[in-house]
Write a protein that binds this ligand. Structure first.
Ligand code: GUN
Length: 292
C-alpha cells in the first residue's frame, strides 16, 4: 500500500509558517501583504477558486481584495484595472483568474501584468526566468508539487519523470522544473500529451508520474511500475447527490494505483491545497521583494 502524500497537512504547515512571518511584519508596524484577485464572469469553478484564495489570505493574515467584472467586460476595461494595480503601492501581487471570456485576449492580459506583481508566475518574463533557473515566482501548482516532494524527501535525482499534459499552468512548467539542477529536480523528463501514442508505454517505465489532463480515473494501476511516485493534478467536477452537488475526481484511479505505487497524492487533499498555499508564498515573496 502506497504512502499517502498529504497535501492538506503540508499546506497547513506552510500557511502556519507564513502566518508567523506576517505576525512579525505587523508587529514591526508594517502593513501586511496584499493580494488582489480579478474575477471575470460567473464560472462556478473560478468563483470557488477565487473565494478559496481570499479565505487563504484571511488565514495567513494578508489583506485581500476581490475585483469582479461581468463576462461582457471589454479588454480595455480589464487592461485599465491591471494598469491601476501595477501602479498601486498598496498592492503586492494580483492574479487574473483564468479562463477569460472569448472577447478577451488572454495573452494580452498576462503580458500587461507587471512581472514583479505576477504571483501566478504566468508572465513570459517569469516563465523565462523559471526555465533559466533564475529567482522568480514559480507557477503555484508546479511549485506546490515540488514542495510536496521536498517535504516528503522524495528522491527525484536521476529518476525518470513522465508528465501527462502540456498546459501552460501545469504540464509545461512542471516539465522544466523537474529537469532543473536544483532540488527537487535533476530528473530525466518525458512530456506526454494528446498526440502521444500508447502513453502507458511511457508511464510503465516512469519512476515519477505526474498527471494533469483532466480525464477522471485515466491512470490505472496496470499503467505504472511497482513503487512509482504518482502525483495527481486532475480535478474534474462530477455531479452527484451530495450537498455541494458535485465531487472532485482526479486523473488517477486511486484504488488500483495505491496497490502498486510507492507514494500517491489523494484527490481531494493532495495537490489542490498545495497550489493554494504556494500562491500565499508567492504573495509573501512579492511583498518582501517589492520596492514599496
Ligand atoms: N485557473 C485555473 N488555475 C488558475 C491559476 O492558478 N491561476 C489563475 N489566475 N487562473 C487559474
Amino acid at each position: 500500500m502506497a504512502q499517502i502524500l498529504d497535501g492538506l497537512k503540508i499546506s497547513k504547515e506552510i500557511k502556519t509558517e507564513i502566518r508567523y512571518d506576517v505576525e512579525k511584519i505587523v508587529e514591526g508596524k508594517r502593513r501586511p501583504p496584499h493580494l488582489v484577485a480579478i474575477l471575470v464572469g460567473q464560472n462556478g469553478a473560478s468563483i470557488a477558486y477565487v473565494n478559496n484564495k481570499i479565505k487563504d489570505c484571511r488565514e495567513v493574515g494578508f489583506k485581500s481584495s476581490l475585483v469582479k467584472f461581468p463576462s461582457t467586460v471589454s479588454e480595455a476595461e480589464l487592461l485599465e484595472k491591471i494598469n491601476e494595480l501595477n501602479l498601486s503601492k498598496d498592492v503586492d501581487g494580483f492574479i487574473v483568474q483564468l479562463p477569460l471570456p472569448p472577447q478577451i485576449d488572454q495573452e494580452k492580459i498576462i503580458m500587461a501584468i507587471d512581472p514583479r506583481k505576477d504571483v501566478d508566475g504566468f508572465h513570459p518574463e517569469n516563465f523565462g526566468k523559471m526555465a533559466l533557473e533564475m529567482d522568480t515566482f514559480l507557477p503555484a501548482t508546479p511549485f506546490g508539487i515540488l514542495t510536496l516532494l521536498e517535504r516528503y524527501q522524495i528522491d527525484t535525482k536521476g529518476k525518470h519523470c513522465v508528465i501527462i499534459g502540456r498546459s501552460r499552468i501545469v504540464g509545461k512548467p512542471m516539465s522544466i522544473l523537474m529537469g532543473r539542477k536544483d532540488f527537487p529536480g535533476n530528473s530525466t523528463v518525458t512530456l506526454t500529451h494528446s498526440y502521444t501514442p500508447h502513453i502507458e508505454e511511457f508511464t510503465k517505465n516512469a519512476d515519477i508520474v505526474i498527471t494533469a489532463l483532466g480525464d477522471p480515473n485515466f491512470l490505472k494501476g496496470d499503467m505504472i511500475k511497482q513503487g512509482a511516485i504518482v502525483i495527481d493534478v486532475g480535478i474534474t467536477r462530477i455531479e452527484d447527490q451530495s450537498d455541494k452537488g458535485y465531487k472532485l475526481v482526479g486523473d488517477v484511479d486511486f484504488e488500483s494505483c495505491k496497490e502498486i505505487a510507492g507514494a500517491i497524492t489523494p484527490v481531494p487533499g493532495g495537490v489542490g491545497p498545495m497550489t493554494r498555499a504556494m500562491l500565499m508564498k508567492n504573495t509573501l515573496l512579492a511583498y518582501k521583494t517589492s520596492v514599496y
